[in-house]
Design a protein around this ligand. Structure first.
Ligand code: PLP
Length: 404
């Protein structure tokens, strides 16, 4: 069982006030808060071992390099990658997806097909559009239904020998839908297509097992799972990472450079040009340890309770509609109130100390599907409470009265 008061005490920001009211932080889908152990680990790094990695023979450089590689190993274990060198440090999900999409430019021909889902974040749409523009490949979209679930019968029909890569999020940031990724991975492989899973919204809630999933790529950001901003992971199967050309050229990613020809370093360094966010990578390891110390069973139990409670309480409000009613859902409630713009609600409840996201959540195609400008999105983390949900519900009612 989660000792919620103890957990909340790990997060110093949760005890601050905003606009004179205790902070109620329900924008975890955008970024999570950071526990003290993560905050301390950042300053410890700079106080104790700051040096560039992989370069010097001096002691500090070796300490920093070792700590960085220990973190890589922690992430390898966490996602159950077969090899540590399949775990590439990036600056985040966006960087990871761009690295893969860019690599596929050398593999696609005109009329090849790229399948994206209709539930994607812009960062899992735009890089693939750019790829298609560059190569003449065709972008196809897997449709969804009114509940915000992808339609698997349509997915099956879209797959063909022309499909070269499929890309889908594990969990939707806008609606919270948990997608049937295992089914989608196996189906893609039947057609010889690669598949990338955007795990940005999954890693705060679950521990992905990339070998059990058998996905070709799995990407996520550190900052949504209690880690620092500017950190992320690109997991790729060894064979794929060897096949794809590097994304960026520069220091650290080479074996030998002459003006005639450069040969690239082995994995993972081939994809890690330049000085990385060394502190960030190390501290992402700390964040993973922290989340495991809380335990994903505990996290899921707490978040499911919050989801069910918030759904029930919000539906008491007249004219309120929830978008995203998938059977498999994480702790995200996206909603609107009839006749009121989401931005107006968000602005009023911010005055009451409540942080929610309003707008299209970087997923405009989903808003277009529902024919709305955006939603109010409350996304809960394991450190949130039912009392905070009560505060939000009362605030939304108050906003509704003021705006009616
Ligand atoms: C946040 C998010 C991204 C983008 O992550 P960045 O950290 O901004 O690179 C991509 N996909 C999903 C599903 C997200 O939630």
């Amino acid at each position: 069982m989660l000792d919620i008061n103890k957990v909340r005490a790990d997060f110093p920001i949760l005890s601050r006030t905003v606009n004179g009211k205790p902070l109620v932080y329900f924008d975890n889908g955008a970024t999570s808060q950071k526990p003290q152990i993560v905050i301390d680990a950042i300053s410890n790094y700079y106080q104790e071992i700051n040096a560039n990695i992989h370069r010097g023979v001096h002691t500090l450089s070796q300490l920093a390099t070792d700590a960085y590689e220990v973190a890589r190993g922690k992430i390898q274990n966490h996602i159950n990658a077969k090899f540590a060198h399949e775990v590439i440090f990036t600056s985040g999900t966006t960087h990871s997806i761009n690295a893969v999409a860019n690599g596929f430019a050398s593999l696609l021909k005109p009329d090849d097909e790229v399948l994206v889902s209709s539930l994607e974040h812009h960062s899992n749409i735009v890089p693939w559009q750019m790829l298609c523009e560059k190569t003449g490949a065709v972008l196809k979209v897997i449709p969804m239904d009114e509940n915000g679930e992808l339609i698997m019968a349509e997915y099956d029909k879209l797959l063909s020998d022309k499909t070269k890569i499929v890309t889908v999020n594990h969990i939707s940031n806008a609606l919270g839908t948990v997608n049937p990724v295992k089914y989608m991975i196996d189906k893609a492989h039947e057609f010889g297509a690669a598949i990338l899973i955007d795990g940005a919204q999954a890693v705060p809630h679950l521990k992905p097992d990339v070998q059990a999933l058998d996905c070709d790529f799995y990407v996520f950001s550190g900052h949504k799972m209690c880690g620092p901003t500017g950190t992320g992971i690109l997991y790729g199967k060894e064979a794929w990472l060897n096949k794809l050309p590097p994304y960026q050229g520069g220091g650290e990613m080479i074996k030998e450079v002459t003006f005639e020809k450069t040969t690239y370093a082995d994995l993972p360094h081939k994809f890690e040009a330049g000085t990385p966010d060394i502190a960030g990578g190390i501290v992402l390891g700390t964040a993973v340890d922290y989340m495991n110390s809380i335990g994903f069973d505990n996290i899921q139990k707490q978040e499911l309770e919050l989801l069910e409670y918030a759904t029930k309480r919000l539906l008491e409000i007249e004219g309120l509609k929830i978008y995203g009613t998938a059977k498999e859902k994480t702790s995200v409630v996206s909603f609107n109130i009839e006749g009121i713009h989401p931005y107006d609600i968000g602005t009023i409840i911010d005055k009451l100390g409540i942080a929610v996201r309003t707008g299209h959540h970087c997923a405009q195609p989903i808003m277009n599907f529902f024919n709305i400008p955006g939603t109010i999105r409350a996304s809960f983390s394991f450190y949130n409470t039912k009392e905070e949900i009560d505060v939000m519900v009362e605030a939304v009612k108050k906003a509704q009265m003021m705006l009616a």
